[in-house]
Every structure is written in structure tokens, then in C-alpha cells.
Design a protein around this ligand. Structure first.
Ligand SMILES: Cc1ncc(COP(=O)(O)O)c(C=O)c1O
Length: 371
């Protein structure tokens, strides 16, 4: 849903700019890369520039690299950033980067899929131009529910996909609309009904925020979850005999914490590296699912080396014991996987495929002539 909100913003906004002013459009990317690749493929003159972040990277470095880029390329029109990145799950200095965008007269687009309720959000203070946050990730709302914020003077640039029943055409303003204008205004009306969808997520928002209030409010939830993420991350690292992803001077952990796994990525020198990694990943995920254990393992490149890490999420219904159980399960799984030679697994799979093909050919002697 956050992805869809992102698509709505980017597609519509960029089409407007490209068609109206025929500009070369450049932007920075932190997430939702496929939408941007699609735009590069379909919009002539559209360009992207990506700042690769090799974690652990400090907030100061992210801000200064963005500033250097903005100073050195006046064609940049929009900066796309995360509020909290997904993998690794770390807080991103989005408030400072939005401020930089304002100073350089460049639009800011915040993919805040993980933000609302996980961190305090005050759009009137930070003033992003475009901001989208899922509510199903951290706000206890069922899946498929996100919040889209656009600064009022930019709302005219954006329409929903598909175009809503409340859309009023500039050239045909009198075509009747089946929907009544919302007290929130025309732009909201336009987004209110864009075809039949499951409304249950949206209708649950009030109840979810009542639940948050009953827990003592967002601040109280954050205090508990942040404390648990820090403590749980340290304990998991201790059990796994590894480390927590940290960077001096930057607070990475909101309610998510990243811990390295004691598991080597298959050698990149192997000719079947990608297949080996896929097989290893599948076994790792299957082993976790079999145990009903859902921290999120991922491969991250750190100082040029690919490593297995795992993202743990703290929640009001989780406690330190859950981190310990998950870490112990991961330890056991990693020990098993570490002993497997995945180049041999792939070789065996490939040999088996060849044997099966030969067997099929033997059963059907004409098969070789049929191709
Ligand atoms: C940073 C980030 N952006 C966007 C998305 C996409 O959200 P959705 O699947 O709700 O479209 C995710 C989902 O995990 C995410 O982590």
C-alpha cells in the first residue's frame, strides 16, 4: 500500500513535470526502485542518480553527501528518501534531508512506510512535499492501509490511480460526478472512491488509534518498543556471538534492530554463487517458518563484503524472552546451514535435472528428434 501511494505520487508528479516543462528530471533513490526504473524506461529524458549507502553510514555523512550532490547538479528536481529503511531497518535522517531540499528549492518525497507510530511524525514541522506511510506496519491497522500527505499547493499535481469518480476535469468541469464533495475538499474527494476496494483497513483506523491510546499513546509504545529493541538486539547478538548494527553518533534503532548472523554467504568466486545463495536463503526461511519464528534475515554488503544479517522488530506484544527464543532458533539454524556446502547442493540439483532429462529421453526415444 505504501508502494502504491509512492507510485501514485511519483508517476503523476513526474508525468506532469516532464510533459509540462519538458525538463530533464533527476532524482535520488532510496527505495521503490522499480517504479523509478519503469519511469526511466518510459519517460524520455528521465534520469536517476543513486546515493549508495554502505551501512554503517552516519546521519552526518548521508546529509553531507546529499548536500554535495544538490550543489553539484542543478538538474535535480526531487529527492526521494526513506524515513526508516527496510533492510537494514534503520532510522534515516529524513528531517535534515527535507530541510536541505527546502534550502535548495528541490521537492522532497519521503517513503515513510515504516514511520507512523514507530517514530514521531510532525509534517507541519518537517514540511516534506510528499509523504506516504503505511498504517498496517506499525499502527495496528489491517493490511492495505496507508496515509498519503501532500503539501496543499502541490496537490493539483496528483491524481489517484485509477482516476477517481470525484475527479473534476479542467476542460469538462460540468461532467456530473456520482460522489459528493468531501468537507475535506476536492482533492480528498478525488481520492475517496477510485473503484471497488476492501475498505476494512480504512474503517479500522479509528479503532486502531483507540488501541494505541489505550496502550498509553504513541510515546508510551515507542518508549517500550525502543527499549526492547535495544535490549533485545544486544541479547540476540550475545546469543548469536555476533554484533548489532550501530554507528557512533547516529541512532539507528527506533523499534527495529539489526543483528549479524553467524552464517557465511556462499563464496562470490563460485560460478553458481547466485543459485547457492538462493538455496541457502530458501533453507533459512523455511527453517524459520517451520518454527513459527519471524525475524527477517537479509544479505547486506558491509565494507565491500556480503554478510547475513537479521532484522528483529519489537512490539507491544513481544518481550525479551521472544528475542531470546528467536536468537536461539537462529543460532541452531545457522549452525546447520554453515555445515552445508551449497556448491555441492547446486551441483547435485543440476546433475539430477540432467539425469531426469536423460530418463525422459530414454522413455520417449523420439524426444530428441522432436525439438
Ligand atoms: C521502506 C518501504 N517502502 C515501501 C514499502 C511498500 O509497502 P507496501 O507493501 O505496503 O506497498 C515497504 C514494505 O515493506 C517498505 O519497507
Amino acid at each position: 500500500m505504501g508502494g502504491r501511494g509512492f507510485g501514485v505520487m511519483l508517476l503523476d508528479h513526474l508525468w506532469y513535470v516532464v510533459e509540462k516543462f519538458d525538463l530533464e528530471f533527476t532524482l535520488f533513490v532510496g527505495a521503490c526502485e522499480k517504479t523509478i526504473q519503469y519511469l526511466c524506461d518510459t519517460v524520455s529524458g528521465f534520469q536517476i542518480k543513486k546515493i549508495e549507502l554502505d551501512y554503517p553510514v552516519s546521519d552526518d555523512e548521508i546529509v553531507s553527501r546529499t548536500e554535495v550532490a544538490l550543489q553539484s547538479d542543478s538538474r535535480i528536481k526531487l529527492v526521494l528518501m526513506d524515513a526508516i529503511t527496510s533492510l537494514p531497518g534503520v532510522h534515516f535522517p529524513w528531517e535534515q534531508v527535507c530541510e536541505l531540499c527546502r534550502q535548495h528549492n528541490v521537492y522532497s518525497l519521503v517513503d515513510a512506510a515504516h514511520a507512523v507510530t514507530q517514530i514521531p511524525v510532525d509534517v507541519s514541522k518537517t514540511q516534506p512535499d510528499f509523504f506516504v506511510s503505511n498504517l498496517h506496519k506499525w499502527s495496528y491497522v489491517p493490511r492495505g492501509c496507508a496515509l498519503l500527505y501532500v503539501r496543499r499547493h502541490l496537490q493539483r499535481l496528483l491524481h489517484c490511480i485509477p482516476i477517481g469518480h470525484g475527479y473534476v476535469s479542467a476542460s469538462h468541469p460540468f461532467v456530473p460526478s456520482p460522489v459528493q464533495t468531501s468537507p475535506e475538499g476536492q482533492w480528498v474527494t478525488e481520492h475517496e472512491w477510485a473503484g471497488t476496494i476492501d475498505w476494512s483497513g480504512y474503517l479500522s483506523v479509528d479503532t486502531a488509534f483507540e488501541f494505541i491510546a489505550n496502550c498509553g499513546g504513541g510515546e508510551k509504545i515507542r518508549e517500550y518498543c525502543h527499549g526492547l529493541a535495544v535490549q533485545g538486539g544486544d541479547r540476540a547478538a550475545e546469543i548469536l556471538g555476533t554484533e548489532v548494527l550501530k554507528c557512533p553518533g547516529s541512532e539507528y534503532t527506533a523499534n527495529m534492530v539489526n543483528v549479524r548472523l553467524p552464517l557465511d554467504v556462499p563464496s562470490e568466486r563460485s560460478g553458481t554463487h547466485l543459485e547457492e545463495l538462493a538455496a541457502q536463503r530458501e533453507m533459512l526461511f523455511d527453517s524459520l517458518f517451520e518454527r513459527d519464528c519471524f525475524p527477517y534475515p537479509f544479505v547486506m554488503t558491509r565494507r565491500g563484503k556480503r554478510e547475513w544479517w537479521c532484522r528483529f522488530s519489537a512490539q507491544v506484544y513481544v518481550d525479551l524472552g521472544d528475542f531470546e527464543i528467536a536468537a536461539k532458533m537462529l543460532k541452531e539454524i545457522c549452525e546447520t546451514l554453515q555445515g552445508i556446502d551449497f556448491s555441492m547442493v547446486i551441483k547435485k540439483q543440476n546433475d539430477q535435472k540432467v539425469a531426469e532429462e536423460m530418463e525422459n529421453m530414454a522413455l520417449d526415444p523420439e524426444a530428441s528428434y522432436k525439438n
